[in-house]
Design a protein. Sequence first.
Length: 359
Amino acid sequence: MVTISLCMIVKDEEDVLNRCLDTVKDIVDEINIIDTGSSDKTVEIAKNYTDRVFFFPWTGKFADARNKSFEYATKEYILYLDADDVLLVEDREKLKKLKETLDPSIDSVSMYYNAGTDEFGNVTLRYRRNRLLKRERNYRWEGDCHNYINVRGKILNSDISVTHKKTGHSVGRNLNIYRMKIERGDRFSARDYFYYGNELKENDHYEEAIESYKKNIAMKEGWIEDKVFACIHKADCYNMIGDINNEWKSLLESFLFSMTPRAEACSRIGYVFQRKKEYKTAIYWYELATQETPDENRWSFTYPALYTWYPHLQMCLCYDRLGDFSKAYYHNEEAKKYRPQDQRIISNEEYFQKKGVAL
């Protein structure tokens, strides 16, 4: 059985740290908590779980703090979590089994990161991260913000998920990190432009986000998957400012990088035509979205709703507008499989019952 060091960086996490540590404390062999300047009870809470609580002054760069946390690890593998992450019951059991059976020649184990869930527990955003790392490989974090570990070697893609349960949001924090980079005159990589665009988009600076995504797309360097989603997110920004023509063009542009349509693009294209009341064309794109299956080994963003309930619910509306109530009802029932308590779906059922369509 391999041994695991948990390494975390924290600051003012008194509301969530207990919740996180309770889901992992009996699985790991060592807990290292690195506090970067808490003013609440975070340190006190951390000391209830471990005597390995350390302090590191915040430098403005997440990579610095994460790399420092790794330096305190003493076990064979390093597991890292954020304070607002948890392991659900099923994933706890999977991690325990992995620990018992992991081949020591494995350098890194990737896990899903369920970065968002809806009110019904459905995952809304998922991607892979190198999550369990062999300590002797001395992997290092890179980047000031939205940093990553440049992993080389033998990687195992597991089906374990770490679930993000965010209770609040540090509005503008990451955006300010990028703006400080600009003020310092730092060179932006393609990855920087992509994530800077995401931060601008999240903070409603849509025109600036569009320009940042364009810079990512124009650079020869950079991960192709970032370019796929730079196109898609750029389309979202055009949607927010009411530029439907460039929204449509940006979604089509994503195909230049993905090579085949993604449900993330197809569902959005369907919505473009739905807003134009071109319902048959909208249905074509929504149907295409439901036929796609996310690659389990894909490392970039996956939005499960755009493969499942969302296009079905939209096809329900489109078929209703076309007067085909039988097909509209069918797609409402398909959406119901994923969100049986969604009030919109319940209201649609009542509507179809009044029309005598519902079974």
